[in-house]
Design a protein around this ligand. Sequence first.
Ligand SMILES: Cc1cc2nc3c(=O)[nH]c(=O)nc-3n(C[C@H](O)[C@H](O)[C@H](O)COP(=O)(O)OP(=O)(O)OC[C@H]3O[C@@H](n4cnc5c(N)ncnc54)[C@H](O)[C@@H]3O)c2cc1C
Length: 347
Amino acid sequence: MKKHLIIGGGLAGCALAYRLIKKGHHVRLMDNNLNKSSFVAAGMINPIVFRRVNKSWRVDDFLPSAIHFYNELQEKTNVDFFSSIKIRRFFASEQEKKYWTQKQDNPSYVKYLANPDEGHYPYSINKHRLGSGIVKNAYRVNAMSFMSAVHRMLESMGVLIYHEFEYDKLDKKDLSYNGEFYEAVVFSCGSDHRDIPFFNEVKIEQTKGQILTIHSEQITEKETWNHKGFILPIGAELFKVGATIERGFNDIRTTDEGKTVLVNVIKGIFSGEYEIKSQIAGVRPTVYDRRPVMGEHPNHKGIFIFNGLGTKGYLMAPLLSEEMADFIISGKELHQEVKLSRFYKKS
Ligand SMILES: Cc1cc2nc3c(=O)[nH]c(=O)nc-3n(C[C@H](O)[C@H](O)[C@H](O)COP(=O)(O)OP(=O)(O)OC[C@H]3O[C@@H](n4cnc5c(N)ncnc54)[C@H](O)[C@@H]3O)c2cc1C
């Protein structure tokens, strides 16, 4: 059986490699080890989009698949990286609180929303006069542990190699690279997508994000707080605070401006003591319509793309990688909204 070649060993490429291998296919996964997103992500899986209090796109499909996927990989790698979390959302407006109250009894929201409270919290935080609501069925993947464990697993299986893919070495007609022939070549290069010469029409934007890690003895470790950003407990009285959303940036390093934004996130929720331990930055691959991009190149048979996971990659990747694998293997129809064809003008 011929192999599939995947370029990019971030969340998208690793999840797709795993799905294809599980379906009995051979895979070569190539990564240049310059990851900008999957390793630094907060890894939160939040089923709700705040302000208008809507369910996240396809969350009822994505969530069961994600829970199964991360639990299965925890077992296979023998590393703990997946846990459920409780998110407390401090309402930003009366309107948001109204939406929440209207939707919490709606049968399709009941498993995600708990009653708003009036602001009586058993710990020290700023007074939030509008109160808060709890999001149920939320999860966190410890991204660094997960990605490291999956890389180790795929490397030990002889699937993952650390290598910069060179586009001029790919023969697009017979799908060969460095003398090896492939059935499919899939590009999952995240925010480095613009370097790919075959998919110029596909506009994947770079959206930078920065995160602080803080230490505090005064913040509860039982809840993740959300208000203009999040404070997420990660154990040992440490918390991640994030994340900035920056477009049009000059470089991908951490900045003082990013730190100020995140300190203001903390101030908006909590006025106790804390110490900043570290700051990191990454770049998300985002698309203007907030939908991933999946499909086969219209002019080059066998060349595929799986990218654009945006801000919710950890929720979407498990099911989308399954759907992408089925599309590559048997041409099974992809979901209308992710189709690559939306970038190509009809003639
Ligand atoms: C600060 C921050 C916080 C985030 N928080 C969350 C969160 O809480 N929840 C959530 O769901 N999502 C979150 N995300 C988003 C999530 O990280 C992304 O959706 C996801 O990681 C994208 O994965 P990817 O594989 O498409 O891209 P990447 O992780 O960028 O992977 C692409 C890979 O391709 C490799 N590559 C590129 N070009 C080449 C080449 N020529 N040759 C070889 N290899 C190449 C790169 O080195 C990289 O390893 C966050 C992102 C950031 C930056």
